[in-house]
Design a protein around this ligand. Structure first.
Ligand SMILES: Cc1ncc(COP(=O)(O)O)c(C=O)c1O
Length: 385
């Protein structure tokens, strides 16, 4: 079936050329390194929970990759976001500006902290929070009152901004940081999808006060379930480490706690898997670059092209993405491919249209709505050798 230059049958058969016969998932993990050996070692050590050498090794590897001073491994990316909000003192009934183009975890975490999301538009090229729209929203809606930024419409304090680096493409972090500094807002980067993505200043997330990662099974690197917080702030790191370890006050064998803490740390078993996965990060990123290039060759021949990272940045190519003409072409393509065993995915439904967030303030989200109709993610797994 064809509309315009895109032949759905040829697209499906190209996916099978890339990944072989049988069903082709969007993104599946590949375990071809030391995973079994480290897991066995971890089991034999008896230290399978959140204390153990594998958690330390995993955090050290992530420090090297991101270049930050502190990494704290967490149970998953959602818990990492929740902890980032708590450790930067976002309060109940505050507002947090974020994008409507994101996975639901970003907004759920804001609600776990008792705060409310406010949705501002994304840029068309990065699909991530637009600095221009952020500035415009603040200028039109916010006032500075007693050292705080207050939303004139809701009367609530706007405390933080959470951009998300969509599908691994680096957003405009330094411009957003400059706006946050100007207004005195906290910047938390949801870099769940962006391990191995770099902008002109370094690893994605390092421009923020604190950033988070996910190691869910569908990410570039997986620990089964897992996440991390990374930051250069000693204070944020200390509070996040303390709060996520049940706010335990020291003393082996004693149960002393000084705050209502959380059990959010990553178990060593999961970290063991992660240590092996991270050893192969550069190899996997190289293979993902090749997959993206192959899709781009196929699409170019049909008059389409894959989304590219903005100039001067490097994406991890988590999900190869392209834009179709409109929602109708998107839906026919998804329907055809998914019925022929090749998993293609649309963008998430906009968060501002979900029942639990539909009453939250937006800036109109013109670009987000346009993208929602057109974005298609293509199978992007590393191939098994
Ligand atoms: C943008 C974004 N934020 C947060 C998360 C939550 O991570 P996790 O599934 O590890 O809780 C994910 C993905 O899973 C994500 O894609």
């Amino acid at each position: 079936m064809t509309t315009s230059g895109l032949n759905f049958k040829e697209l499906v058969s190209f996916a099978h050329d890339l990944y072989g016969v049988g069903s082709v998932p969007l993104h599946r993990p590949v375990f071809e390194g030391n995973e079994i050996s480290y897991l066995t070692d971890c089991v034999n050590s008896n230290f399978v929970s959140s204390v153990g050498v594998y958690v330390d090794r995993f955090e050290d590897q992530l420090k090297n990759i991101t270049g930050v001073n502190h990494v704290i491994a967490m149970a998953n990316g959602t818990a990492a976001l929740h902890m980032a909000l708590l450790a930067t003192s976002v309060q109940v009934d505050d507002e947090v500006i974020t994008q409507s183009v994101t996975f639901v975890a970003t907004c759920n975490a804001i609600r776990y902290a008792g705060a409310w999301p406010v949705f501002v538009d994304v840029d068309e090229d990065t699909m991530s929070l637009s600095p221009q729209s952020l500035r415009q929203f603040l200028e039109q809606n916010a006032s500075r009152e007693n050292g705080q930024v207050v939303n004139r419409l809701s009367g609530r304090v706007i405390r933080a901004v959470i951009p998300m680096h969509t599908f691994g493409f680096p957003g405009r972090a330094s411009e957003i940081r400059a706006i946050c500094d100007e207004w005195g807002l906290i910047l938390i980067d949801d870099a769940a999808e962006a391990l191995g993505s770099y902008d002109e200043h370094g690893h994605v997330g390092t421009q923020a006060h604190v950033a988070t990662l996910s190691f869910n099974g569908n990410k570039v690197v997986t620990t089964g379930g897992g996440g991390a917080i990374f930051t250069n702030s000693d204070n944020i790191a200390a509070l996040a480490r303390h709060l996520s370890t049940t706010a335990k006050v020291t003393g082996e064998g004693y149960f002393d706690h000084d705050m209502v803490g959380y059990n959010f740390r990553l178990p060593a078993l999961n970290a063991a898997l992660g240590v092996a996965q991270l050893e192969r990060l550069e190899t996997m990123l190289g293979q993902k670059r090749e997959i993206e290039a192959a899709w781009n060759r196929f699409l170019s021949a049909c008059g389409y092209e894959t989304v590219k990272p903005r100039l001067g940045t490097r994406t991890n190519n988590w999900l190869t993405t392209f834009l179709v003409k409109d929602r109708s072409e998107r839906d026919s393509l998804l329907d055809y491919a998914n019925h022929h065993g090749v998993m293609l995915r649309p963008m998430w439904r906009l968060m501002s249209s979900l029942p639990m967030f539909e009453h939250c303030q937006t800036d109109g989200l013109k670009v987000s709505k346009w993208l929602e109709d057109r974005v298609v993610n293509l199978p992007s797994s590393v191939r098994m050798s």
